[in-house]
Design a protein around this ligand. Structure first.
Ligand code: NAD
Length: 498
């Protein structure tokens, strides 16, 4: 049994609030330990530590700062297997999938090694007589992140790496469901040479989050999680004068044109729909075949593939996906399947009854497949976040395009086709932040930015890529004139560059 407290001032500290929560192991429903839930006073202690440490860190030259990131990469590679197993046991995803979670985080750390270049300002010599203008990017100070359960390595790293590289100190409030890997990340950063106090991890729930949102010394908040919480955090953080970027839920469509390679499309749908038990914000949850013939061919090929999906414990590397994260999540997802049946959708594959032999207390269900789902059904409108794929049949390309365009969410979308003109038109007109052309999960690579539209993202700047360096710095612009420029005496007319 493990007691997880907080990581403040460069060391693990026990929680003092008297509140805690069980850390579960979804693959067998056992309790792994307890995680402390921080009080507002504990959050404040972390912020004070961070504030004191930030000054020296910001004054460390950027190349030295990123050497810590380089060393961190080396240390994670040393511990890859242990980290992946810890992640899989707390989250439920399989170990190979957990390795992918870590890897997508490390790719952002790698890009942040370019921070000295990304932070360079601009310079104009002779903008006016004797006048030079230059801009510089300075760190914000103390910044914070609130992250979801479903990528406990990747999403914290997407936030921590650019924030630290830019000279900020960080307070991370990871998901209380899988705090183990974020705590190890903080320890590995310390071992890599990050000064104590620059990165703090405070475990907790709404109480800790609200303390972050109201703390006057926290200058920016990055959030990833469900849409109602994203909206709440964006509202409260910005009302308190903080910079905020908050990413929410999703309902990602995959459009299948009549000319698409059907075997490739089915492979893509199976991986993107059911991988990680559908608990990815970029999971494909809606398949939209165009035309009756396309739909019939698709469904015929999908049924045996969904029926033969291999569900297994997180430690079974040959499993396609593992259990859901909690017993409540399992109930919620099964409840959506019940609802779909009631709403009149056709349940072609029913995974509700699946039991994992030898792991009867784990949170497992098999893959589910619905056909004839319509726009007005709740199973179409709402995010299910489980291994459930809905087929919505469209008669024409325009009808298919209107589906993601009219949907509340706008995170990811894909089109499968051999027609370049259709793909181009789709990429130009679809109202979604990240688009795949014959690519089912179009998570942009680390040097591009990641962010959804509409109810999937609140704020102006995306995660990683060039936007991250903008989000974690503020720009100062200096207009300077040296003594020879003031020989003429005082000027009473507003200076212009004529
Ligand atoms: P969640 O919204 O329940 O929790 C996210 C974070 O918010 C956690 O740290 C949690 O402790 C905190 N939180 C929860 N309730 C709160 C409250 N009432 N007040 C203040 N803070 C609160 O999300 P989750 O279940 O951990 O993650 C799954 C969700 O995240 C899905 O909706 C998924 O689509 C979304 N997600 C989005 C992206 C993206 O980039 N758009 C990426 C990953 C996950």
């Amino acid at each position: 049994m493990e007691d997880v407290g907080h990581f403040i001032g460069g060391k693990r500290v026990a929680g003092t609030s008297g509140r805690s929560q069980d850390i579960m192991q979804p693959m067998d429903g056992s309790v792994r330990g307890k995680v402390a839930l921080a009080s507002a006073a504990e959050v404040r202690a972390a912020v004070e530590n961070a504030k004191a440490a930030q000054v020296g860190w910001a004054n460390t030259n950027p190349q030295r700062r990123v050497r810590v990131l380089m060393k961190f990469l080396e240390l994670v590679h040393r511990e890859y297997d242990e980290l992946a197993e810890l992640l899989a046991r707390e989250h439920g995803k399989t170990i190979p999938d957990a390795k992918g979670d870590i890897q997508r985080g490390l790719e952002v750390v790698e890009v942040c090694i370019g921070a000295p270049h990304m932070m360079k300002g601009e310079y104009t010599e002779g903008a006016g007589p004797g006048i030079d203008v230059y801009s510089m990017r300075q760190p914000l100070g103390v910044v914070a992140g609130i992250t979801p359960f479903n990528f406990p390595a990747m999403i914290p790293l997407w936030k921590i790496a650019p924030a630290l590289a830019c000279g900020n100190a960080y307070v991370l409030k990871p998901s209380e469901r899988d705090p183990g890997v974020p705590m190890r990340i903080a320890e590995l950063f310390l071992e890599a040479g990050l000064p104590a106090g620059v990165l703090n991890v405070v475990n907790g729930d709404k109480e800790a989050v609200d303390a972050i949102l109201d703390d006057p010394d926290i200058k920016a908040v990055g959030f990833v999680g469900s849409t109602p919480i994203a909206q709440y955090i964006y509202g409260r953080a910005t009302a308190n004068g903080k910079r905020a970027q908050c990413f929410g839920g999703a309902k990602n469509h995959l459009i299948i044109m009549p000319d698409a390679d059907m075997d490739q499309t089915v492979d893509a749908l199976i991986g993107a729909g059911y991988g990680s038990a559908g608990e990815r914000c970029m999971a494909v949850s809606v398949a939209v075949p165009v035309g009756k013939e396309t739909a019939d061919r698709l469904v015929e090929k999908l049924i045996p593939r969904v029926e033969s999906l291999k569900v297994g414990p997180s430690t079974d590397a040959s499993a396609d996906f593992g259990p859901l994260v909690t017993a409540q999540a399992l109930e919620r997802v099964k409840g959506y399947v019940d609802l779909g049946v009631k709403e009149g959708a056709k349940l072609l594959v029913d995974g509700r009854g699946f039991k994992m032999q030898g792991y009867e207390d784990g949170y497992y269900m098999g893959g589910c497949l619905f056909d004839n789902v319509t726009k007005d059904m709740r199973i179409y409108k709402e995010e299910i976040f489980g291994p459930v794929l809905s087929v919505v049949r469209a008669n024409t390309y325009e009808e298919a395009l209107a589906l993601p365009n009219d949907h509340e969410y706008g995170n990811g979308v894909a089109i499968f086709t051999r027609d370049g003109d259709a793909a181009r038109d789709f990429a130009a007109r679809v109202e979604v932040g990240m688009v795949g052309v014959n690519v089912p999960i179009p998570v942009p690579i680390a040097y591009y930015t990641f962010g959804g539209w509409k109810a999937s993202g609140f704020g102006d700047l995306n995660q990683h890529g060039p936007d991250a360096f903008r989000f974690y710095t503020k720009t100062k612009t200096v207009t300077s004139r040296w003594p020879s420029g003031v020989k003429d005496g005082a000027e009473f007319v507003i200076p212009t560059m004529n």
